[in-house]
Design a protein around this ligand. Sequence first.
Ligand code: KIV
Ligand code: NA
Length: 275
Amino acid sequence: MKTRLDFMKMKEKKEPITMVTAYDYPSAVLAEKADVDMILVGDSLGMVVLGYDSTIPVTVEDMIHHTKAVKRGVKNTYIVTDMPFMSYHLSKEDALHNAMRIMQQGGADAVKVEGADDVACIIEALTKGGIPVVSHLGLTPQSVGVLGGYKVQGKDAEAAKKLIDDSIKCAEAGAIALVLECVPKQLAEEITNKIDIPTIGIGAGAETDGQVLVYHDLIGYGSHKVAKFVKQYTNISDHIDSALTSYVKEVKQRAFPAEEHTFTMNEEELKVLYG
Ligand code: KIV
Ligand code: NA
């Protein structure tokens, strides 16, 4: 399995790091088969597979449950799991306890936390405790209420300066990588050049050290609207829709199950049964 040192080397050699979300066993199996460098058990699972309208309702229990399923699906792929809303703000002790459970019970190799201001000291405490931390800056969905919506971050010079300072803060606190979400490409490039740890972009242009996308977005699975930064490599929903429609139709017409899907008793046994 790759370690944080391999990801550092990839940054040095300018070899792009690939990351994709997975929330369950089959998606984890397929992600590993496609040779992704890292799997993210993102709290986006709250919206994508649990049907909430934000990541706010997601709990530590939810993250452990999904991380366990992902862990069963991989042999040697690095797993990063999101610490959910408010699971790393109450105190260092609480953050350490929650991160410990996500690693010990879930099987994550690292945890991800959003923000820098009050979170830098948490990143440091977790790192000192032996827990690798991935930072997440830019559009941080757990703060959507404070940000006022899902919008591009760091567009003006002042906000951009703050994002650069925050990135340095996270790196200095010990973060092993930094996810940059929804920021202008020039800013993502500047941050990528300024810090030693790999940057992993989503809606952050092509110059970051790696890219991450939500599994369901990239395969076109689900009914939700996708952001401008998503590339849909296929539309699985169309295939599922057509399969389900055919199934319903064939059952109604008694076309399914056919002979080949059916078990039969032999004549002799039937005679014994009915005389
Ligand atoms: O939860 C998630 O899927 C994420 C990615 C968008 C980076 O945090
Ligand atoms: Na997330």
